[in-house]
Design a protein. Sequence first.
Length: 306
Amino acid sequence: MNCKQFNTIPLEEVLQKLGHLPTKQNEKEAWFLNPFGTETQASFKLDKKLNLWYLFSEGIGGNNTDFMLKYSNTSLKEVLEWVQKQNFSSFQPQVNNQLRNAIPNYQIKKVIELQNENLKNYLFERGLSSTVYPFIKEIHFTINDKNLYAIGFENISKGWELRNTFYKGSLQKKDISIINFNPIDDNKKVVVFEGFIDALSFIEMQKIYKGDLLVMNSIALLDKTKTHLKNYSEINLFLDNDRAGLNCKNTILKSFPNAKDYSNLYKNHKDLNEYLMEKIKKRNELHFRKEPEKPPQKIRGFKRRR
């Protein structure tokens, strides 16, 4: 996949993959709320015929590549690697105009407590036990009449981050998520993660924790994250050890010099979940056991409340 090929994919499908739905559309254009921030009136216009976008609130625009470089805040190489993994249905040597103009059909069928064994196995493979079940849901939904199910993690706008073995996406409004472990604590403490799997890994590893967990759900929500961080007297960062995570960390530290960075605890791993999985693997090799029954080594200085 190269830039030229990526730019032939309908941006509408890219936005759909990222969980952004149009507020209004017709055969020629579609309007979205700002995918890079927050707003109440749609200012992001997609020209379906040209497959180009323009954000009126910021006065910027471009093609698919321009969009993803801004949205992900990563390198071009990382953007193309992400695109290659998505298996966009409309990627063909010649783009099908019927697909280009199709209206995505999203519908959430039901939201229930986690029951599906495939989803439980997915969590188990990520080093996560039933400890994290209270913080997630099982979501059954359709996309263009295709029935799907996934682990759902709710954000503060009632949207959902979705994960299963084969699918990574979101539905409804994209936003940050906040979990509160001690609503009566006056000393406002927060730990910050890019994705909810890392947040669940933190919960898995801690016995007692009093404070909030903030999950960005997208580095494109950095500005909104910073706005919420103003409410906390103690900020602890558990961001990814990649270029995007480093940029995000440095931006937050510049705005909040007293924030503490804990990425060094898992410096040889991409993120906290990868670190957790490696700890479990080593422990299982040591004890010749398949299923982890005890929590791995906790992160020093943090405890989780049951």
